[in-house]
Design a protein around this ligand. Structure first.
Ligand code: HAS
Ligand code: CU1
Length: 541
C-alpha cells in the first residue's frame, strides 16, 4: 500500500510533539538550577512559575496529544491496511490544534498563565490560555472521531473478523480520551473561561477540582496506552519472538480504559469537598486499575522470555542475556519495565489513603510522575520514534549506537532525578515551590538531594538533545539506496480464534463506562448545585 500521505501526516504530528519536548527539556533544566538556590542570579519566582507552567503544558498536553495523534494515524492505516479516513479533516485538526498551542503559548511565555499544568482555580490565567488549550483538545477530538470511524468502517467491511490488536488499542484510547477530556472541558467552558473574561465574579474551586479530577487520572493512561501498544504489537517481534497472548492484551486494554475513568478522587484524598465514602469508592477502583498493568508486565515479560528461549537462552534467567539488547525497542522496554516497578510502587503508596497524607503535595509526587510518565512512557515514545522514523522518511536510522546511548542515559538521568525527589518528599519538601531556602536545619538536609537533581537534569538534557539530533540527521542525511522497510506487527504464539464481541468491539464498554461514571461522579458533581457555596474571587497574575 502506498501510504505516503499518511507518512507525512504522522511525521508532521510527531515533529510538533518532539519540538515541544525539547523546548520543555531546556526549561526543566533551568527549573532545577533555579530551585537549588545555588545560583542567586537565576532566582526569580515569576520566571520560575512561567517556566514550570510552560514545561508542564508542553510535556503533558502538547508532546502527548500530538504524538498520540500521529502514532494513531499511522497505526490505523498500517494495521487496517486502509487509508486514513478524511485526510483533509485530519489536517484541519492538526492546524487547529497547533494554532491552539501557539495561542496558549503567548500568555504562558509572558507570565500571564503561570497556573501550572493543572490550572487549579482560584488562580486564573489570561483567557487566551484556556481558549488555546480548548482548541488543542478540539483538534484531538477530531482525531478520536477519525479513529472510531476507521474502526467501525473496517468492522463493517470485515464482518466476523478480529480487529487487529494495534487498532483495538488505538480505538480504545480514542474512546478513553473522549470520556477523559469531557471533565476538564466542562470546567474550562463553564467555569474558567467565563471567570477569566470577568463574566462571573466568583468561582467554585471545589467543583473545579472535582471536574479536573475526572480528567486527571485517565489522562495518564491516555499517555500510557501508546507505550503499552508498542509493548504488545512491536516488542515481541523486535525481540525475535511472539506475543504471549492476544486475548490477554485486549482484556488489559479494556480494564485499563474502563477503570481509569471512575477513580480520579485519589487526587482529592486530602481535599475537603468530597465525603470519605466517595474517596473510598474511588480508592478501591484505583487498586483495580493497577491490575491491567500487572497483566501487561506479565504478558510482556512472557513474550520476552519466549523470544529469549527461541534465541537459545537456557535456565531460569538465561533467556534475559540472549535478548537483543542492542535493538532500541527491546532495550527501551526493559528499561521502561524497570522504571515501572518503582514508579508503580510510588503509585500504590499514593493510592493508599493514609500514606497519601504523608506525601501529598510534596516533591514525592513529581518524583512519581517523572519516573512513570517521563520515564516508562516517554522512553517508549523514543523507541517508537526510532522504529518509525526510518519507515516514515525512507532512510535508515542515522545511528543505532547513538540511540542506545540515548536510551541508557535517559534511564540513568531519570533515576538520578527522581530518586532524590522521592526522598525530598519524605523529608517534607513541598512541591510547586520556586525556592528551597528557608534557612533552617530541616532544609539543610535537602541540599545534597538538590545537587543530585541538577546532575540528573543535565544527563536528561544531553540525552534529549541526542534524541533530536538522531532524528534530524536521519531525515536530512542524503541516502541514495532504496529503503523499503514497513511496520511489522507481532504475531501471537497461539493463533487467535473468533473473539467474543466484547474483545472485538467497544460499544459494550462505552455503556459500562457511562454507568460507572454516573455512579462515581453523578452525585459528587450534582451536590454543588444543591448546596449554598460562596465561591472564590480572582487570585490572578
Ligand atoms: Fe500516578 C499522581 C496513583 C500510574 C502519572 N500520577 C500522579 C500525577 C501524575 C501521575 C502526572 O493514588 C500527578 C498529578 C498532579 O499533578 O497532581 N498512579 C497511581 C497508581 C498508578 C499510577 C495507583 N501515574 C501512573 C501512570 C502515570 C501517572 C502510569 C503516567 C503515565 N498517581 C496516583 C495517585 C496520585 C498520582 C494516588 C495522587 C498523588 C497526590 O497525592 O497528589 C498505577 O497504575 C501503577 C500500577 C503499576 C504497578 C507496577 C507494576 C510493575 C510492573 C513491572 C514488572 C517488571 C519487572 C522487571 C518484574 C503496580 C508491571 C522485568 C525486568 C526485565 C529485565 C525483563
Ligand atoms: Cu491518578
Amino acid at each position: 500500500m502506498n501510504n505516503a500521505a499518511e507518512k507525512k501526516l504522522a511525521l508532521s504530528h510527531m515533529w510538533v510533539a518532539f519540538a515541544a519536548f525539547i523546548v520543555a527539556c531546556f526549561m526543566g533544566e533551568y527549573q532545577v538550577l533555579e530551585r537549588s538556590g545555588l545560583f542567586p542570579a537565576l532566582e526569580s519566582p515569576s520566571v520560575y512559575f512561567a517556566s514550570v507552567s510552560t514545561h508542564g503544558v508542553l510535556m503533558a498536553f502538547v508532546l502527548t496529544i500530538f504524538f498520540i495523534m500521529g502514532f494513531g494515524y499511522y497505526t490505523a492505516t498500517t494495521s487496517l491496511k486502509q487509508p486514513v479516513w478524511n485526510k483533509p479533516l485530519a489536517w484541519g485538526a492538526f492546524w487547529l490544534a497547533l494554532f491552539g498551542v501557539v495561542l496558549a503559548a503567548v500568555p504562558l511565555l509572558s507570565g500571564k498563565a503561570s497556573v501550572l499544568y493543572t490550572f487549579y482555580p482560584p488562580i486564573v490565567a489570561h483567557a487566551a490560555f484556556y481558549i488555546g488549550a480548548t482548541l488543542l483538545v478540539v483538534g484531538s477530538w477530531v482525531w478520536c472521531v477519525i479513529m472510531l470511524v476507521m474502526f467501525s468502517q473496517w468492522k463493517k467491511a470485515n464482518p466476523g473478523q478480529n480487529v487487529p490488536l494495534a487498532m483495538f488499542a488505538t480505538a480504545a484510547n480514542a474512546l478513553l480520551w473522549l470520556w477523559t477530556s469531557a471533565g476538564v472541558a466542562l470546567e474550562v467552558l463553564f467555569q474558567l473561561i467565563p471567570f477569566s473574561l470577568g463574566w462571573i465574579d466568583t468561582i467554585d474551586p471545589g467543583l473545579a477540582r472535582t471536574l479536573f479530577a475526572w480528567t486527571l487520572h485517565p489522562i495518564v493512561y491516555f499517555w500510557l496506552i501508546p507505550a503499552y501498544t508498542a509493548f504488545y504489537v512491536f516488542v515481541p517481534k523486535q525481540a525475535g519472538g511472539f506475543l504471549f497472548s492476544d486475548e490477554m492484551a485486549r482484556m488489559a486494554f479494556v480494564v485499563l480504559v474502563v477503570f481509569a475513568l471512575p477513580i480520579g478522587f485519589h487526587h482529592l484524598y486530602m481535599d475537603p469537598e468530597q465525603a470519605k465514602g466517595w474517596k473510598l469508592l474511588h480508592g478501591v477502583g484505583t487498586f483495580v486499575v493497577a491490575l491491567p498493568t500487572l497483566v501487561t508486565g506479565f504478558t510482556v515479560i512472557a513474550s520476552l522470555e519466549i523470544a529469549g528461549r527461541l534465541r537459545g537462552g537456557k535456565g531460569l534467567f538465561g533467556w534475559i542475556g540472549t535478548l537483543p539488547w542492542t535493538n532500541p525497542m527491546v532495550l527501551a522496554v526493559i528499561l521502561a519495565l524497570l522504571m515501572l516497578i518503582f514508579g508503580g510502587f510510588g503509585g500504590i503508596v499514593n493510592a493508599s489513603y493514609a500514606m497519601n497524607a504523608m506525601i501529598h503535595n510534596t516533591a514525592w509526587v513529581p518524583g512519581h510522575f517523572h519516573l512513570i510518565f517521563a520515564g516508562t512512557t516517554v522512553i517508549m515514545y523514543f523507541a517508537i520514534a526510532y522504529y518509525l522514523w526510518p519507515i516514515l522518511v525512507g532512510k535508515p536510522l542515522f545511528s543505532s549506537s547513538m540511540a542506545l546511548v540515548q536510551l541508557w542515559t535517559w534511564f540513568i538521568g531519570m533515576s538520578i532525578l527522581t530518586t532524590p525527589w522521592h526522598v525530598l518528599g519524605l523529608l517534607g519538601q513541598p512541591r510547586r515551590i520556586s525556592t528551597v531556602v528557608y534557612n533552617n536545619l530541616l532544609t539543610l538536609s535537602w541540599k545534597p538531594y538538590e545537587l543530585m537533581m541538577i546532575l540528573g537534569g543535565l544527563v536528561l538534557l544531553g540525552s534529549a538533545c541526542l534524541f533530536i539530533y538522531n532524528l534530524v540527521k536521519t531525515q536530512l542525511t542524503p541516502f541514495s539506496g532504496e529503503f523499503t522497510a514497513e511496520v511489522e506487527y507481532a504475531e501471537p504464539i497461539h493463533a487467535v480464534g473468533v473473539l467474543p464481541e466484547y474483545l472485538n468491539d467497544l460499544k459494550l464498554w462505552n455503556k459500562v463506562i457511562a454507568v460507572l461514571m454516573a455512579i462515581s461522579f453523578g452525585f459528587p458533581i450534582l451536590q454543588f448545585f444543591f448546596m449554598k457555596t460562596f465561591g472564590s474571587s480572582v487570585w490572578g497574575y
